[in-house]
Design a protein around this ligand. Structure first.
Ligand SMILES: [Zn+2]
Ligand SMILES: [Zn+2]
Length: 195
C-alpha cells in the first residue's frame, strides 16, 4: 500500500499537474476500496476490481491511479453523467459501492481554510484533511455487468455489412437480418467529409 503522498506524486505525473480534483479523486478511490475491503488493487486484488466513473475530469485520472482500472484494460467504464462520482465493483464478491462527492465539500473547504485565498490551494489542503464522511456520500448498489463488458471477454469479431469494418465485444446490431456497426446503424458521432 502506498502512502497518500506517493499517490499524489503518481497522479501528478499522469495528469500533468496536482490539483484539488486529483486530491478528491484519490480520496474517493481510497474510500471506495476501503469500503469494499480491497486494499491491494495493484497486487492480489488486481482482477477483482472494475470502476465506473461519471465525469471526465481531473478526479477521473486520480481514480485510475489508485484503482489501476484503465480504459484500455476494460476495467474503467465511463458514464457521462457530469457528476463527481464513481462506483467501485468487486467482481469476485459481486458487490459494489457508489461514492459521490458531497455538494457541501466546497463550502466546507472554505470554512476550514478561509486564510488560503487561492481556491484550488484551499480545496487541495481541505480535501486532504477532511474526514471521508464529510467529503463523500457512499451507497451500496447493484451493477449489472454484461459478460461482453468484462475484461477478458472473447468473441468472434463481427463485420459490418455496410462499411466493412470489424466490430468487437458484440457492439454490432442486427437490422432486418443484416449486421451493422453502431455508426452505420445511425449512432455516428462524426460526418464523413468525403461521401
Ligand atoms: Zn487537474
Ligand atoms: Zn458500419
Amino acid at each position: 500500500m502506498k502512502t497518500f503522498d506517493q499517490y499524489v506524486e503518481m497522479a501528478g505525473q499522469i495528469h500533468g499537474h496536482i490539483c484539488a480534483g486529483q486530491i478528491l479523486g484519490l480520496r474517493m478511490a481510497l474510500y471506495g476500496l476501503r469500503l469494499l475491503g480491497l486494499p491491494d488493487p495493484e497486487g492480489k486484488d488486481r482482477k477483482r476490481l472494475l470502476t465506473f466513473v461519471e465525469i471526465d475530469r481531473c478526479a477521473t485520472d486520480a481514480i485510475s491511479v489508485v484503482t489501476g482500472c484503465r480504459l484500455g484494460k476494460r476495467a474503467l467504464k465511463f458514464r457521462d453523467f457530469g457528476k463527481a462520482a464513481a462506483t467501485f465493483c468487486d467482481l469476485e464478491k459481486d458487490r459494489a459501492v457508489r461514492v459521490v462527492a458531497k455538494e457541501s465539500s466546497i463550502g466546507s473547504a472554505r470554512e476550514l481554510h478561509p486564510e488560503i485565498a487561492d481556491k484550488n490551494q484551499q480545496q487541495m489542503r481541505a480535501y486532504r484533511e477532511m474526514p471521508d464522511q464529510e467529503l463523500f456520500d457512499a451507497q451500496w448498489v447493484r451493477v449489472r455487468i454484461a459478460p461482453e463488458d468484462l475484461p477478458g471477454y472473447k468473441s468472434p469479431r463481427a463485420i459490418c455489412a455496410l462499411c466493412g469494418e470489424g466490430i468487437s465485444f458484440r457492439r454490432e446490431t442486427l437490422r432486418d437480418g443484416v449486421t451493422l456497426c453502431r455508426a452505420c446503424a445511425g449512432e455516428r458521432y462524426y460526418e464523413p467529409l468525403v461521401p
